[in-house]
Design a binder for this molecule. Structure first.
Ligand code: PNS
Length: 174
């Protein structure tokens, strides 16, 4: 019997309802799904530390028996081969995601032809949700209620308001 392991890689800073929707869909079709956090992304400033993001993902994926969270560094194809994964799961929200995702999928296929990329669409309710926008909105005092899991909302508000309070306290001391 085939046992298909898939990886859902990403930065997840922070995880959104779109990510969670994809995890749920992935867990329905793969025997095992590994949510794989990239250790050292160089593309953007991260708000949450690796261990904070890992903890959030672990809390969110607890209801799914066939989903686990892991971290990886280096090439995705090397990590996939190490854990015996046959597929990479990625979400496509809109046409704008497609070019980047296509390029990555084809490059990964060039690096390891055995690894398939499987694209899934998150529920249309989340098609405009991204971690970057969520962070920006909360930082500017807006509400993202319903777009991110409640536990992420709590931790996001604590983090942003916490650092605001710390900055205000530091300014008062000067
Ligand atoms: O959620 P993100 O930030 O869009 O995820 C990007 C990710 C982690 C999937 C991508 O950056 C990645 O796979 N990085 C690992 C390094 C690698 O294999 N690079 C070549 C990709 S073709």
């Amino acid at each position: 019997m085939k046992h298909i392991i898939a990886i859902y890689p990403g930065t997840f800073d922070p995880p959104t309802n779109g990510h969670l929707d994809l995890i749920q869909r992935g867990s329905n079709i793969f025997d095992e799904l590994i949510v794989a956090l990239l250790r050292n992304p160089d593309k953007e400033e991260l708000l949450f530390s690796l261990s904070e993001r890992r903890r959030m993902l672990e809390d969110l994926t607890r209801p799914y028996d066939n989903v686990r969270v892991d971290m990886f560094g280096g090439l995705l194809v090397d990590y996939a081969s190490k854990v015996g994964a046959r597929a990479v799961l990625r979400g496509i929200r809109a046409i704008s995601d497609y070019e980047y995702e296509l390029q990555m999928a084809l490059m990964n296929r060039k690096l390891d032809p055995r690894l398939e990329t499987v694209f899934m669409m998150p529920a249309e309710t989340y098609s405009y949700v991204s971690s970057r926008l969520v962070k920006e909105i909360v930082q500017l005092g807006g509400s993202v209620h319903g777009l991110i899991p409640e536990l992420v909302e709590e931790r996001l508000e604590k983090k942003i308001n916490g650092s605001r309070r710390a900055r205000a306290a530091a300014t008062r001391k000067v």
